[in-house]
Design a protein around this ligand. Structure first.
Ligand SMILES: [Mg+2]
Ligand SMILES: [Zn+2]
Length: 211
């Protein structure tokens, strides 16, 4: 494998619960943007394995009027400075800013980059100069898994994969190849696949998941 494509919200930084709206969404303000524990260390491990690392993320918040483009840039600075502080690095950050119901007409479109479409993955892989078949795709949502599978990536789901959910999704394209509780564990799994070194007692796995 040559590279790892990472979803952002729910993988690198936590989602935020908006009580007034009763919804969970991406952070909208800089104070809401935090890295999950051990994310910089996980990325450094991927760097040390010689893997390219890129972020591929749907960010419709600007289109929906939740935040200004400058705030997204601030998130990037916070994300990259936290990662660099641990001696880790990211090769590219790719966002789809579109949404079919955007308030801003320039962002209102059915694009080829919004996951589950694969345009963003193609763009990242092209710039990394690696084939998509040699990329891991790490995400916490069904659109991540659909895009990753369609693109031929090896998919890793972050979170608890519930088999009850499987039957309601576009099986089998949304089934992850692997499941990890966070990016640190995902990086350990990637290391064990690439080197044969395992530091985990057992890898959590859904019975219906096919590797
Ligand atoms: Mg996500
Ligand atoms: Zn797009």
């Amino acid at each position: 494998m040559k590279a790892v494509l990472l979803d952002r919200d729910g993988v690198i930084n936590p989602l935020v619960y908006y009580e007034e709206a009763g919804m969970i969404d991406a952070p909208f303000t800089p104070s809401q943007f935090k890295l999950f524990p051990r994310v910089p260390e996980a990325i450094r491990l991927l760097n040390d394995l010689g893997l390219g690392v890129a972020v591929v993320s749907n960010q419709p918040g600007i289109a929906k009027g939740h935040l200004k483009p400058e705030v997204l840039k601030t998130f990037d600075r916070l994300m990259l400075s936290g990662i660099h502080a641990a001696g880790a690095s990211i090769d590219g950050v790719y966002y789809c800013l579109h949404h079919p119901e955007a308030k801003d007409p320039s962002l209102r479109q059915r694009c080829q980059c919004r996951k589950p479409e694969i345009g963003l993955l193609e763009q990242a892989a092209a710039n990394l100069q690696v084939p998509l078949e040699e990329c891991y795709l790490v995400g916490d949502g069904i659109p991540d898994l659909l895009a990753g599978t369609r693109a031929g990536c090896r998919t890793i789901f972050i979170g608890r994969w519930k088999c009850e959910i499987c039957q309601f999704t576009e099986a089998p394209n949304s089934h992850p190849a692997l499941v990890a509780k966070d990016l640190w564990e995902a990086a350990q799994i990637i290391r064990s696949e690439m080197t044969g070194i395992t530091s985990l007692a057992s890898l959590p796995k859904c019975a219906s998941t096919q590797a």
